[in-house]
Structure formats: structure tokens, C-alpha cells
Write a protein that binds this ligand. Structure first.
Ligand code: LAC
Ligand code: ZN
Length: 476
């Protein structure tokens, strides 16, 4: 663990005892976990040092969540919501102690409405299981964060998760029509609608999507679906430099192609993939993984055009096409395993998810080289190039390098903002990026958001210590 959690005051033992007793009477003692059982609820998949909650509520209904938020509010005890716990920024870590309310037990797919292409689900549904369920109905739910085998829809919505298919289809928030949420004090509301159009009142759905569990706890999601694309084709373009990949991305868009995914890997990422046993052509120092979908004839035509373009103007060394579903799955498995695979390249790794306008990708890649050279910190980059959303990873072995790593990350954040980009495309701010938020948001904008936070949660008890800079992290 290489990022310290912010230090927040812990709730008093007396208040915790009262919350525990009252909750046990309301929802049953078997739904409350304490002692050694809480150890799995103190961390997520970020590099933030874990903090144990005092106890965990294993919610199985909205009423359990509401009781928790009512009783915790009355006693001034913090509550941290948690779904799959696969977040990358410390968002599910109970940094102020208190209660974790786990929503993995709310795991029903309540409805798949084919006629209206809408589904109603609970937050504990695993994203991949939801894909399978809607695809069995001939429908399609595009958001596909790379942790989809483990992450849950509640966390995806709370963080407005992205993934490779966001390029053509948009991010999680583009599929949330409405939601039910419980607010501190226990008030429960439906926000939004279940129709594709609707402009009544403020768009509170969008406010809650991506609010990282700081405004309310999600208990039900109304999601928009699409027809399942009949044909998908996957291509791999090999290049002799990451800069050539960047230029190819621009050329593809200039030629009018919008693949559903357009993923980039640089030389360091390829090293990680090769270390996992993948036989990537040794000449390749970068690659693009590209996927097109739609109706057969249109897709075949696009595959030809894209193949020619990559071979010709974009100067790729080779273009390979997946021949069947199992080849395609192997390519994606290698891509999805990249984050853990890169971790094996050094003792320590920190990973960012910055975004720049697509036309500035080449500039960002140059900035990353310059930062690496100036600080002496090894970097590797991969990610959702079509969206301009790149995972820049910083790798080091000696703890004494840490100060240089922090200055390299700060330089990356500054460059990103000056290229017209944003600090986070899909992982959120959480703990890890709170200190950098002022690079992108003015003090007035931060203050406005803190006012909104107070409206929902006047005592600051719901997922405290997240997003806002005054409570940001320090290095361990
Ligand atoms: C990915 C995760 C890290 O793209 O967002 O692999
Ligand atoms: Zn990603």
C-alpha cells in the first residue's frame, strides 16, 4: 500500500455501540459482521492503505440500507457504501471507520423489459452476469469495465465506470435512466425515469451517477439497453512505436471510423503481456486492439477499410484479425489482465486514468516521455486511445524514488489539464486524486460541490474523506 488514507476523527465507542445495538434489533444480528469478518471490507483494488470499519452491515434489502443510514445519522457515525470493492481510487475504503454498508446482497435482476429495452436491477449484480442475462434476450448493455467479472453495477454507477466499449457506446452514466437511493437519515427516493426522453426537474440522476457514494447509497438501477449488434470483428495492429499508434488513431477518425473499441498498448505494456506468455511479434513495440460491430456487410466493409488504412497510411508492421470467438476472447483476456500484469514489472506501481481530447493523444504521449526523462521514473502507458483515456503507469523499485514519482504524477496531471483534458476518465477521484482536483476545478467549483454535499449529507457522514482536496491523501 503506497498511498496513505486521510486521517479523520473516529466515531466514539459509545456511539458505535448504540448504532450496533439498535441496528441489530431492527435488521437482525446475523446481518451485522464484526471482529475478523470485517477485514475483507477495509480495502479496494487501489494502492490506498486499508482502514478497517468498526462493523459491516450485510444489506439484503433497501430497508436494511435505510435503517443503517437512519441510525448512523442519529448517532453521528460515518457510513461507507460498498458494492464489488473493485474500485481503483480508495472510494470504498472506510477512512473514518464506522460502518460499511455492503450492497452485494442486493443482487437481483428484477426485470428485463424487451419491448422498451430497459432493465431494473439491484446494485449487487455482477456486471458480467448482467451482460449474459441481457444478451440471452438479444439485447446489449455496452459498459464493460475491465473488472467486469467481479465488479458490480452499483459501483459502476457510483463511479460512472467506463471501459473499452465506451468509445462507440458511451459510459455507464449514459445508460442510467433512473435509480433508487437512500440518503443519510434514511430517506429513500426514486430519481429519474424509465423512458429514453424526460426533462422534468433537475437531472439528479446525473448528479448521483459518479458521486462516488458520497451523496446517497444506490439500491436499485433502471438501465437503458440496446439491441445486440449481430456481428463483431476484432483486429490487432502492430506498430514499431507508440507514436505511430497515436497517429493511426487520428487517421482512423479522420477516415470516419468509430470502432466500438480502440485500445493502445506501448512497449512496456507489451512486455507485461509477453511475460504472461502471449506470443506477440518481437518487432512490435506498440499495438492497437480494435473492434468493429454492426450488421455483417457494413462491418466487413469497415474491416477492409481499416485494415488497408493501418497497413498503408498508418504504417503498421502487421494487421491481424481474430478468426473466431476464442481468438477474440484470448485477445481481450490479455487486455483485461494488463493492469495486474504490469504490477509484476516492478515492486511499486501507481496508475492514472487521465483523458485528453483525442487529437492530443500524440502530445500526451510526448509529455509522458518528457516527464519520465525529467524525473527518471519509468512509465508505461496503455488504455482507451479512442477516448483519449490513457492509463499512465509509474513503476519503481526503491522506496527512495517515491518523491520523484509524486512529482512525475503531478506533472502528468498538469500536462493533462493544459492539453484540455481531465484527471480521471473512469476511476473517479476517491482518495488517490483528491489532492489534484484543484488543478482542474476552481475553488468556487469545489465550494459549490461541497454545498451540494451538505444538502444531501449535512453532517458529512456518508463516505467521508473522498473527492474533495481538503481531505486528500499523503504519501506513505
Ligand atoms: C483498464 C482499467 C485499469 O482499462 O481501467 O484496464
Ligand atoms: Zn481503463
Amino acid at each position: 500500500m503506497i498511498i496513505a488514507a486521510p486521517r479523520l476523527p473516529r466515531p466514539s465507542e459509545a456511539a458505535l455501540h448504540r448504532v450496533r445495538q439498535t441496528l441489530a434489533a431492527r435488521i437482525g444480528p446475523s446481518r451485522i459482521l464484526d471482529g475478523d469478518g470485517v477485514s475483507a471490507f477495509g480495502h479496494d483494488e487501489s494502492e490506498v492503505a486499508g482502514v478497517l470499519p468498526d462493523f459491516v452491515v450485510l444489506a439484503e434489502s433497501e430497508a436494511h440500507v435505510a435503517a443503517t443510514l437512519e441510525i448512523a445519522q442519529a448517532e453521528g457515525v460515518p457510513v461507507t457504501p460498498r458494492a464489488g470493492g473493485t474500485g481503483r481510487t480508495g472510494g470504498a475504503i472506510p477512512v473514518g471507520g464506522g460502518v460499511v454498508v455492503a450492497t452485494a446482497g442486493l443482487a437481483r435482476i428484477k426485470e428485463i423489459d424487451r419491448a422498451n429495452m430497459v432493465a431494473v436491477v439491484e446494485p449487487g449484480v455482477v456486471t458480467r452476469a448482467f451482460h449474459d442475462a441481457v444478451e440471452a434476450e438479444g439485447l446489449f448493455y455496452p459498459p464493460d469495465p475491465n473488472s467486469l467479472h467481479n465488479c458490480m453495477l452499483g459501483g459502476n454507477v457510483a463511479n460512472n465506470a467506463g471501459g473499452p466499449r465506451a468509445l462507440k457506446y458511451g459510459v455507464t452514466g449514459d445508460y442510467v435512466l433512473g435509480l433508487r437511493a437512500v440518503f443519510m437519515g434514511g430517506r429513500t427516493m426514486f430519481v429519474g425515469r424509465r423512458t429514453p426522453k424526460g426533462v422534468t426537474g433537475y437531472d439528479l440522476t446525473s448528479l448521483l451517477v459518479g458521486s462516488e457514494g458520497t451523496l446517497g447509497v444506490l439500491t436499485e438501477l433502471t438501465l437503458r439497453l440496446r439491441p445486440k449488434p449481430p456481428v463483431v470483428r476484432t483486429l490487432l495492429g502492430l506498430f514499431d512505436s507508440v507514436h505511430a499508434c497515436g497517429a493511426a488513431v487520428t487517421a482512423l477518425f479522420h477516415a470516419g471510423h468509430v470502432p466500438r473499441a480502440l485500445e493502445l498498448m506501448d512497449e512496456g505494456s507489451l512486455e507485461a503481456v509477453r511475460n504472461q506468455g502471449a506470443a506477440v511479434d518481437p518487432r512490435a513495440r506498440a499495438l492497437l486492439l480494435l473492434e468493429l460491430d454492426g450488421h455483417e456487410r457494413a462491418v466487413e466493409e469497415a474491416v477492409d477499410h481499416v485494415g488497408n488504412l493501418l497497413h498503408g497510411a498508418a504504417g503498421s508492421l502487421e494487421v491481424l484479425a481474430a478468426q473466431d470467438a476464442s481468438q477474440r476472447d484470448r485477445l481481450w483476456d490479455a487486455r483485461r489482465a494488463l493492469s495486474p500484469a504490469t504490477k509484476k514489472l516492478a515492486r511499486f506501481k501507481l496508475s492514472e486514468d487521465v483523458v485528453v481530447p483525442r487529437s492530443r493523444i500524440a502530445d500526451l504521449l510526448r509529455e509522458v516521455d518528457a516527464i519520465s526523462e525529467a524525473t527518471g521514473v519509468r512509465t508505461l502507458t496503455y488504455g482507451h486511445a479512442g477516448d483519449g483515456n490513457l492509463h499512465v503507469n509509474f513503476l519503481w523499485n526503491d522506496p527512495s524514488e517515491r518523491e520523484r514519482v509524486d512529482s512525475a504524477i503531478l506533472a502528468l496531471m498538469r500536462s493533462t489539464v493544459s492539453l484540455g483534458g481531465t484527471l480521471s476518465g473512469e476511476h473517479g477521484i476517491g482518495v488517490t486524486k483528491a489532492a489534484y482536483l484543484p488543478l482542474e476545478h476552481t475553488p468556487e467549483l469545489v465550494a459549490l460541490q461541497e454545498d451540494l454535499k451538505r444538502t444531501f449529507d449535512p453532517k458529512g457522514l456518508l463516505n467521508p474523506g473522498k473527492i474533495f482536496p481538503s481531505r486528500g491523501h499523503g504519501s506513505c
